[in-house]
Ligand binder design. Structure first.
Ligand SMILES: *[C@@H]1O[C@H](CO)[C@@H](O)[C@H](O)[C@H]1NC(C)=O
Ligand SMILES: *[C@@H]1O[C@H](CO)[C@@H](O)[C@H](O)[C@H]1NC(C)=O
Ligand SMILES: *[C@@H]1O[C@H](CO)[C@@H](O)[C@H](O)[C@H]1NC(C)=O
Ligand SMILES: *[C@@H]1O[C@H](CO)[C@@H](O)[C@H](O)[C@H]1NC(C)=O
Ligand SMILES: CC(=O)N[C@H]1CO[C@H](CO)[C@@H](O)[C@@H]1O
Length: 346
């Protein structure tokens, strides 16, 4: 059961302007409207003035936070009664108050459903984890710096490590973790994982037959530990002083998920304490874009400025997935990738 009405673009598009224009011919789409730039005050005034009273679905670019401010309870309170779907571009949606959208059921006829773009980020994020893992095992920061500083030939280069024969431990076995597991196999690694619940056999197969182990075993026996779990109150600083102390001597730690999963102060201390940690590879930080000076100062740390999904192909796939969510919502009354907090909502 589809529905019809206008679709509103909030913020900018980078790759899919033609597909956005093409949406006008899609079932249920009566009109395309755009609010690419402006301010929160202006946008709210237009909402209150009835300019968007025919809008049933909204394309929300991640950078639209920059235009309208956060998609919080206040903003949700001004949305038109006609609005049923918010299709967000981003795997993370911490800048949307999903609870307020769900609760809008009290004022809206049926509440507002929200979609994000998981899956589309899997390959790029897993690739980044592999890149960081190899970079960290190779202590790549040291030779890269030596070359650029013109010290090749005079500086001493360290002997590094291969991934072959090592054990990769993955914490949080979602679809990114499973993608990473399959890729790690190609480097001759054995893969183990820990998740709050063990995966069903079919998903373990997708994860290249990764072996389920308990938390202690994961910490004590992984040569490389990669984090791929969501940040919640329960997982903040899941890697702290105590966990670092329980890790295998000479471990390499990789994080492409969220910076706050690691207590950065404790990590810097552990890095500075002899050879307990071989190396670290990070794409995310506790207080981005600030990076702990102890990490910058340590040559065994391989750093990236949160570029996990920053490729043409992946950013385009993400934008296309937002368009596909809108199409499916209007034609069939169903989002393709609704956020898990709204499981069971209808
Ligand atoms: C999305 O926007 C938030 C700020 O609202 C920013 O912190 C985050 O890095 C952005 N993510 C992407 C993938 O651009
Ligand atoms: C939005 O971000 C752009 C750069 O990405 C910046 O030039 C502009 O000033 C920002 N606008 C607002 C309203 O913060
Ligand atoms: C990741 O890449 C593989 C190989 O190209 C492809 O088959 C797969 O569909 C991609 N995964 C996702 C979730 O897009
Ligand atoms: C991992 O554990 C979490 C929490 O129990 C669960 O929500 C998630 O579905 C698990 N992952 C898989 C793929 O089973
Ligand atoms: C923080 C982060 O990137 N977590 C992701 C790990 O993988 C699961 C499953 O793909 C995602 O749901 C999380 O967002």
């Amino acid at each position: 059961m589809g529905l019809s009405g206008a679709v509103l673009l909030l913020g900018n598009l980078h790759f899919v302007d033609p597909e956005w224009a093409g949406l006008a011919n899609s079932p249920g789409v009566e009109k395309l409207k755009e609010y690419r730039s402006g301010s929160r005050e202006d946008f709210i005034a237009r909402l209150d003035g009835g300019e968007y009273d025919d809008v049933v679905a909204l394309y929300r670019s991640n950078e639209s936070t920059n235009v309208t401010g956060p998609f919080d309870e206040e903003l949700v309170g001004h949305l038109p009664k006609s609005l049923r779907y918010v299709c967000h571009n981003g795997a993370g949606y911490d800048n949307i108050d999903v609870g307020a959208c769900t609760k809008a059921a009290l004022t809206q006829e049926k509440g507002i459903q929200v979609s994000s773009t998981p899956k589309a980020v899997d390959n790029a994020t897993a690739d980044t984890a592999i890149f960081l893992m190899l970079g960290a095992l190779r202590l790549a920061n040291i030779p890269l710096t030596v070359l650029r500083e013109g010290r090749w030939g005079t500086a001493k280069l360290p002997m590094a490590r291969d991934p072959q024969g090592k054990t990769l431990g993955i914490l949080g076995m979602g679809s990114i973790g499973r993608n990473l597991a399959a890729k790690a196999r190609a480097f001759g690694m054995s893969v183990q994982y820990h998740n709050r619940s063990r995966l069903p056999a079919s998903l373990e197969q997708e994860a290249a037959d990764a072996v389920y182990v308990d938390w202690d075993t994961l910490l004590a026996t992984s040569d490389v530990l990669s984090l791929n779990l969501s940040l919640t109150r329960a997982t903040e600083h899941i890697i702290g002083r105590e966990q670092l102390a329980r890790m295998k001597k000479g471990v390499t730690i990789v994080n492409t998920a969220r910076g706050k999963l690691i207590d950065e102060e404790a990590l810097v201390e552990a890095l500075d304490d002899g050879d307990r940690i071989w190396s670290v590879g990070l794409d995310v930080f506790e207080n981005e874009p600030a990076v702990h000076p102890g990490l910058i100062a340590n040559p065994r740390v391989f750093l990236l400025p949160h570029i996990g999904t920053m490729t043409h192909e992946t950013r385009k796939s993400m934008e296309l997935l937002v368009i596909d969510n809108i199409k499916s919502a209007l034609a069939e009354g169903r989002l393709l990738t609704r956020v898990k907090e709204q499981d069971g909502m209808d």
